[in-house]
Design a protein around this ligand. Structure first.
Ligand code: 13P
Length: 249
């Protein structure tokens, strides 16, 4: 069965709740496609108003982060139950900005991935190499390690429903998109790694996104690659241009 595309926006630390409502209202009429799942991953405080604003549309609202404990003395964190209680079905896990600025590691990513599945939330699991790693020629080895640790103790059934976002760090927010060949090469390697950990059916089912300066001009070619099942979009998801990315065909 063909994989359904999944195109997600990552708003990062942008948009107040009132701005969020405005942006959802602007994009709503532009997001009518049935061919792709469209998810806006938004700051925690925007989740409820964005869900309200997105009602009656194909836009689904996701979170940008989640903690791996159920509840308790973890000041400032958001629990899985808090997300599911308001209807959140997707959460970004292990974005490179969280790894860089908030000390997330492959191990905490794995804990969060397991917890998300336990609560029926689909994780969008991020991986990606730095420019130095690319120049050293260790990109594929590095990504394989990130994937193997992220998926520790994840069942094949869970893995089949997961989303992986390949985001080369050097392409994030730089306007420097990876070439189509570079993006496809790594997304293919991720799929092969999933086939090694699990089996061909799981590898064929899992959805793999590319992220890093995706815009309305680059989306169509990237998303047409055999192993790229959509994108995780930062800057361009904050503008009406996101409508063009969603309707890339
Ligand atoms: P940009 O699209 O702004 O490069 O951000 C990509 C990203 O980090 C999405 O998670």
């Amino acid at each position: 069965m063909a994989r359904k595309k999944i195109i997600a926006g990552n708003w990062k630390m942008n948009m107040t709740p009132s701005e969020a409502v405005e942006l959802v209202n602007t994009l709503k009429p532009l997001v009518t496609t049935e061919d792709a799942d469209v998810v806006f991953c938004v700051p925690a405080i925007d989740i409820i108003p964005a869900i309200e604003a997105a009602k009656g549309s194909n836009i689904q609202i996701g979170a940008e982060n989640m903690y791996y404990e159920e509840k308790g003395a973890f000041t400032g964190e958001i629990s899985p139950n808090m997300l599911t209680d308001v209807g959140v079905k997707y959460v970004i896990i292990g974005h490179s900005e969280r790894r860089e600025y908030f000390a997330e590691t492959d191990e905490t990513v794995n804990k969060k991935v397991l917890k998300a599945f336990e609560h029926g939330i689909t994780p969008i699991i991020c991986c990606g190499e730095s420019l130095t790693q690319r120049e050293q020629g260790i990109t594929i080895d590095w990504i394989r390690q990130q994937i193997k640790i992220a998926f520790l103790n994840v069942t094949a059934e869970q893995a089949a429903s997961a989303v992986v976002a390949y985001e080369p760090i050097w392409a994030i927010g730089t306007g420097k998109t990876a070439t189509t060949e570079q993006a496809q090469e790594v997304c293919k390697a991720i799929r092969e790694c999933i086939a090694e950990i699990y089996d061909d059916a799981t590898a064929a089912a899992i959805r793999i996104q590319y992220g890093g300066s995706v815009n309305a001009d680059t989306a169509a070619e990237l998303f047409a690659q055999p192993d790229i099942d959509g994108g995780l979009v930062g800057g361009a998801s904050l503008k009406p241009d996101f409508g063009k990315i969603v309707n890339y065909k």
